[in-house]
Design a protein around this ligand. Structure first.
Ligand code: KG4
Ligand code: ZN
Length: 342
């Protein structure tokens, strides 16, 4: 029997400081996430410098806790993996510096991980044999991307957002409606009591063949709706009834979900996909999960979705994907730098 490979994963690309130990790419030995949501809620969004400072404070305790909980001695960790792109550079640098320091001190290989690709790994965690080809979709606060997936490490971008990411649109619309940050869960909660057909918001498809996304138009449409068509009025959201806010939230959510599902269907047809993989923070949305499942059932596609706990940022997905890079000996050296873009 081959030896177990334990990898320590580190994540600090946005507003979560996370560390996890995963054995052989699938067996989660520990997972620790320190969220900065409360800190950023005051500003209604992530402030990069504030995030960086919070990462610096959290990184050591989070890594220590993850190693301790895993039951694996630090010296027995086989490799250190870190998300080095894409994300906020001032945030990424904290995880990258910690990972490089550990790799150097422990004399273990360093593995660089693409955060977006890792989100998809969260969808593959439960399934040993994913039927290929697969269309893989990452929908988060920073990204809305469709990939042609040939393996965990072989992803070709098919389309992505040309302006706001879907999660970003949820966050901005929540702000317009006076709902708390982060906007995704707030909109989902408000939408439960709303009528998704109350307001018709635009569904931007960007042409018949396009696999790109655009969500800035719908955000502006919600703003128009709240300020009156001439945009000269005050934002009425504060004086709206709870029902009115719920109707707008439900109508907005329905429009975004419809676009996400239709584009996935389009991409799946294009590559004759057998499977659809879904990851990223917005994948936690129940209306979206259900709509995508209905589409997949209708098209005979198998849907693999990340478990809710691994939809938002975490380090399990980093350590898990790193296993495949470890096996392929795809190591980084100590000159590794963070990169805002992938
Ligand atoms: O993946 P993630 O934690 O961070 C990025 O890599 O961006 O995603 C966070 C995003 C936020 O925009 C948040 O509003 C959105 O995911 N989100 C949701 C839900 N939960 C989180 N959007 C819609 N419905 C949800 N239930
Ligand atoms: Zn993410």
């Amino acid at each position: 029997m081959s030896e177990d490979i334990n990898i320590l994963g580190i994540e600090s690309s946005c507003d979560e400081t996370a560390a996890a130990v995963v054995c052989n790419g699938r067996q989660v030995k520990s997972s620790v996430v320190a969220s900065q949501v409360d800190i950023h809620a005051r500003f209604g969004g992530v402030v990069p410098e504030v995030a960086s400072r919070a990462h610096i404070e959290a990184i050591y305790p989070v890594i220590s806790e993850a190693v301790e909980k895993s039951g694996v001695a630090l010296g027995d960790i086989d490799a250190i993996a870190v998300a080095n792109q894409p994300g906020l550079t001032v945030a990424l640098i904290v995880g990258v510096t910690a990972a490089k320091t550990l790799a150097f001190a422990l004399e273990k290989p360093l593995i660089a991980i693409n955060h977006i690709h890792a989100h998809l790994q969260a969808a593959m965690l439960a399934e040993e044999n994913v039927e290929l080809p697969a269309v893989a979709m990452v929908v988060s606060g920073g990204h809305t991307s469709l990939f042609d997936c040939e393996s965990a490490l072989d992803l070709t971008l098919m389309g992505s957002t040309i302006d706001d990411a879907a999660g970003e649109a949820f966050d901005k619309v929540a702000k317009i409606l006076g709902l708390p940050y982060p906007g995704g869960p707030s909109i989902e909660k408000a939408a439960k009591n709303g009528n998704p057909k109350a307001v018709h918001f635009p569904r931007s498809m960007l042409g018949k063949e396009s696999l790109d996304f655009s969500f800035s138009g719908i955000k502006t449409a919600v703003l128009y709706h709240c300020q009156g068509q001439d945009m000269k009025g005050e934002n009425r959201a504060a004086s709206m009834s709870e029902q009115e806010v719920a109707d707008i939230a439900a109508s907005f959510q329905a429009a975004v979900v419809e676009v996400l599902v239709k584009k996935t269907q389009r991409a799946a047809k294009k590559i004759n996909a057998k499977t659809v993989l879904l990851g990223g923070g917005v994948a936690a949305n129940t209306t979206f999960r259900n709509a995508l499942e209905d589409m997949c059932n209708g098209e005979g596609l198998k849907l693999l979705t990340a478990p809710r706990s691994l939809c938002t940022d975490n380090a399990v997905m980093i350590a898990s994907l790193a296993y495949y890079k470890y096996e392929a000996k795809m190591f980084a050296d100590l000159s590794l730098e963070p990169s805002a873009r992938s």
